[in-house]
Each structure stands twice: as structure tokens, then as C-alpha cells.
Write a protein that binds this ligand. Structure first.
Ligand SMILES: [Mg+2]
Length: 167
């Protein structure tokens, strides 16, 4: 297994249907926020992200938790609005945040999946911790130098994922 490759790949989080979630078999979803549910650095949910969250909350038994590497305030606001537990400054890809989340729930690792847009934080972190990983493409690409570099470093893996999908 390549620790940089996700188990599943979708275009956007709102493309993941309830049927897909059943197949994936997750009872707990760990959700990234920045560029997964919001545009980069925004403090409000993308309307389609919000719709998806509400539908999953209302129509499934799946537990949700928001886990982000960014500051608590952005995350706090979004999580409180949607009444979803949250963890900010999670230090993905390190295990700290994942361990913290798992200590508060009673689901097995095999029933947990992370959904995020970054290979080097969300996917690497989830794979190292031993849960299922779901990569989505960012809602809107960032313009900063650091992010452009990060996205360049992700490119070889994205190509592998696309090639795999074509088979
Ligand atoms: Mg993100």
C-alpha cells in the first residue's frame, strides 16, 4: 500500500452519495474543512458543502467530526453552527488529532474514514493512523506560493489516482 494514495477519490465532498458511504462502510467520518467544505480560509461553508453535511446528518447514522489544522475560531464557528464536534490545530498528518477523536468515540478504526483535499496532511495522516481515506479535489485552488508548491508535490500521486481510475 502506498501511504500517499487514498482508498477512495471523489471530485468534491458533495459528490459522495449516501450509497457511496454505505459501500465505504464508515460509521464515523472525520472531515477536513479548508477547501473540503469551505473555500480556502473562508469561515462559512460552501452552500453545496452545507447541503451535503445536513443530508448526511439527517439521513444517516454516521457520526461526524470536524478536524482541521487551522485555528480554532474558524472551525469553532462552522462546527457550532452545524452542531458537529470539532478539533482545531489537529497537526495532521501526525497521529495526535486522530487519537484524540478516537478516544471520544466507540467505533473501530476500520469503521472510520477521513475526507480531505490534501495528500500530505489528510490522506497521509489517515493512512498512517490506519483508517480509510477519501481524497476530494479542493473547492478552489489557493494562490499562495506555499500552496502552489504543495499542489505541485501532490501531482504525481494525483496522476496515479487518475490512471488507476481509468482501468
Ligand atoms: Mg483542506
Amino acid at each position: 500500500m502506498n501511504i500517499f494514495l487514498p482508498n477512495y477519490f471523489f471530485n468534491k465532498i458533495w459528490d459522495i452519495t449516501e450509497e457511496d458511504l454505505k459501500i465505504i462502510g464508515a460509521r464515523l467520518l472525520i472531515l477536513d474543512v479548508d477547501n473540503t467544505l469551505t473555500e480556502h480560509k473562508q469561515t462559512f461553508l460552501h452552500p453545496k458543502g452545507e447541503e451535503w453535511l445536513t443530508a448526511v446528518k439527517n439521513n444517516t447514522q454516521i457520526q461526524l467530526v470536524i478536524m482541521s489544522n487551522t485555528n480554532n475560531l474558524q472551525i469553532k464557528k462552522i462546527a457550532e453552527e452545524k452542531s458537529i464536534p470539532y478539533l482545531g490545530k489537529a497537526h495532521k498528518p501526525l497521529g495526535y488529532g486522530f487519537k484524540m477523536v478516537m478516544s471520544k468515540v466507540s467505533v473501530k478504526k476500520s469503521e472510520v474514514a477521513i475526507i480531505g483535499d490534501q495528500i500530505y496532511t489528510d490522506i497521509l495522516g489517515g493512512n498512517l493512523f490506519g483508517i480509510k481515506t477519501i481524497l476530494v479535489t479542493p473547492i478552489k485552488l489557493e494562490n499562495t506560493f506555499l500552496f502552489k508548491l504543495k499542489r505541485k508535490l501532490e501531482a504525481p500521486f494525483l496522476n496515479q489516482i487518475k490512471n488507476k481510475k481509468r482501468k
